[in-house]
Ligand binder design. Structure first.
Ligand SMILES: [Zn+2]
Length: 216
């Protein structure tokens, strides 16, 4: 059990140190049990300053790092679905994927490609899942964008499947047109005109398919 009074004292002591001394003291001052407790606490905090992944990115909390550069860090998940399960994060704190600036996304995707291959090779996996959850309801445990890379093996018992909902063709068409409209609006805010025209063309294609389908 963590003695909260003792932990309070330690936190006070830590607060009085310089940032450099703090980074060192974090590793010596606390027991592993206390660190775990603080990590749990941080996981449920919405304040970026107390975010556990920010702390890992800054080297304030130790993690089993597998990759690190100016913008991204990757480390072993301490609760892995399989050995070799890693998390890839932007160092800057963004809560969910849509908040990440476009300029970072290309590099993020390239890094995922490299790390997925590295995990695949190092674990001798037969497959790899790349998973990204947005929002607690979607299973996002830490409110700092992270992408899971999970090596997969036959009969490893990991369940990612779901029961399919029953939908009518009408319902599919309805949600299709709403997503197309939303995507066009969002793309128009950012994309050069050419890309928007491409999207519009793709909608025309969809409509053609629909028309074709209706013929007996
Ligand atoms: Zn963070």
């Amino acid at each position: 059990m963590v003695n909260k009074a003792e932990l309070e004292q330690k936190l006070k002591k830590l607060a009085g140190l310089s940032p450099e001394a703090q980074a060192k003291a974090v590793k010596t001052l606390f027991t592993s049990e206390e660190l775990k407790f603080l990590q749990q606490q941080a996981m449920h905090s919405k304040q970026p300053g107390k975010c556990i992944f920010c702390a890992i990115a800054k080297g304030e909390i130790r993690a089993k790092i597998v990759y690190d550069d100016a913008h991204f860090s990757a480390f072993l998940d301490i609760n892995p679905a399989n050995p070799g399960h890693i998390l890839v994060i932007p160092k800057q704190h963004y809560e969910v994927l849509p908040q990440i600036p476009d300029e970072l996304l290309g590099a993020y995707m390239k890094l995922l490609k490299i790390l997925a291959a590295a995990v695949f090779e190092a674990t001798q996996a037969q497959g790899v899942n790349i998973i990204q959850n947005n929002g607690a309801v979607a299973g996002q445990a830490v409110p700092h964008v992270h992408i899971h890379i999970i090596p997969r093996f036959e009969n490893d018992g990991i369940k990612l499947n779901w029961d399919a909902k029953k939908v009518t063709d009408k319902q599919l068409e309805n949600i299709q047109s709403r997503i197309v409209a939303a995507a066009q609006k969002l793309a128009a805010d950012k994309a050069p005109k050419k890309e928007v025209d491409e999207l519009k063309k793709s909608k025309t294609k969809i409509e053609k398919i629909k028309l074709k389908k209706r013929k007996p």
